[in-house]
Design a binder for this molecule. Structure first.
Ligand SMILES: Nc1ncnc2c1ncn2[C@@H]1O[C@H](COP(=O)(O)OP(=O)(O)OP(=O)(O)O)[C@@H](O)[C@H]1O
Length: 343
């Protein structure tokens, strides 16, 4: 099972430029989480802080009992080995073929013989659907293949935690859908904890167990996917629907005058850029038939059912509606008893 990551009160600025403050959340072991947020809200900075590449001003990030914001170099080096990172551009070495790119962390961080390196590289190539492409250079393959090669390289040290920085960037919707399925299949096979940073609404709606959003230098929300997907927070609603109308502006947040102007335009029939209301809980991706079920999904279901009464009513309804008859019986759900609004 993947490692748990516990973030508390994390605050980061560059000089006088505050990025985000007091971010607290837990990435449950073996579950898949997505962090949404408009451009420039510090999602990539957040990932880099989680692996200790950037030092926060305050707060802690504990992985397997080690606070990576305070530990020494040696412990940081050891803890970083638990992470596999898929960088936005794949971060492949342009002069090396895919085989050597993927073998690089093994040759750099382990003393494995070449025969073992070969076995692992070929296994990861197969896992990411790249068998046969090992002699290609990164410049000779498509963006989707480069992402998968980046993922294969992130997997060679058998990470317990996988961080993906905008895995969909530069990919068409079909390739993005394949990559989403690959991440779910991977999670089923290795039970690693996964955090994906993205703006992609389809990925956010269909992939994760948990969803969060950064905005106005704060974590707006983080929790079971159903909470964000049914939220009526204006910023969440605007983001999920890709509308101009709402608190998010072209660069940063908007002032009241601009919001009022846009509202008046909308009232007079001017389209605000959205096609339909995308809020609501849609079915989550499941592993490809033939693969094992996700252990993380099973654990999450038990966890979420324990905290069900603490969630907002629309989220409770979304969770219950997604249970099968057998699951309802297992959790003692009786549809005749109204849900409690304890949130
Ligand atoms: N090393 C750095 N030094 C100074 N400022 C930085 C550094 N890294 C990032 N920033 C600033 O932090 C802010 C957040 O950047 P970040 O790349 O994390 O945003 P993001 O949410 O990932 O954006 P996008 O979705 O567009 O990729 C930006 O204003 C950026 O200029």
């Amino acid at each position: 099972m993947g490692a748990e990551v516990v973030v508390e009160g994390l605050t980061k600025s560059f000089g006088k430029h505050a990025i985000w403050r007091d971010v607290s959340l837990t990435l449950p072991p073996g579950e898949v989480s997505v962090m949404l947020g408009p451009s420039g809200t510090g999602k990539s900075v957040f990932l880099k802080t989680l692996i200790g590449l950037l030092k926060p001003d305050r707060g802690s990030c504990v992985v397997n009992g080690t606070d990576i914001t305070r530990c020494g170099e040696r412990e940081l080096y050891e803890t970083r080995k638990l992470f596999g990172v898929l960088f936005q551009d794949g971060a492949l070495f342009g002069s090396m073929n895919l085989y050597d790119n993927i073998a690089f962390p093994l040759r750099e961080h382990t003393k494995k013989p070449e025969s073992e390196v070969r076995r692992i590289v070929l296994e990861k190539l197969e896992l990411t659907g790249l068998s046969g492409a090992e002699r290609k250079l990164p410049g000779e393959i498509s963006g989707g293949m480069r992402k998968r090669a980046g993922l294969a390289r992130a997997l060679v040290l058998d990470p317990e935690i996988i961080l993906c920085d905008e895995p969909d960037s530069g990919l068409d919707p079909v390739r993005t859908a394949y990559l989403s399925q690959l991440l779910i299949d991977l999670n089923a096979q290795i039970d690693a904890t996964i955090l994906i940073v993205t703006h992609n609404i389809n990925v956010a709606r269909t992939v994760p167990d948990n969803l969060g959003m950064l905005f106005r230098k704060e974590l707006v929300t983080f929790g079971p996917r159903e909470v964000l997907l049914t939220s009526d927070e204006p910023v969440v609603e605007q983001f999920l629907n890709g509308r101009r109308l709402g608190p998010i502006g072209m660069s940063e947040e908007k002032d009241q005058a601009q919001m009022a102007r846009e509202l008046a335009h909308a009232d007079s029939g001017h389209s605000d850029g959205s096609a339909e209301d995308l809020r609501g809980v849609v079915p989550q991706l499941r592993p490809t038939p033939g693969l094992c079920e996700r252990q993380g999904a099973r654990r999450r279901q038990d966890r979420v059912m324990r905290i069900l009464h603490t969630l907002p009513l629309p989220a409770q309804r979304g969770i219950i509606d997604s249970l099968t008859g057998e699951e309802r019986r297992r959790y003692g759900i009786d549809d005749r008893i109204p849900l409690l609004d304890n949130a």
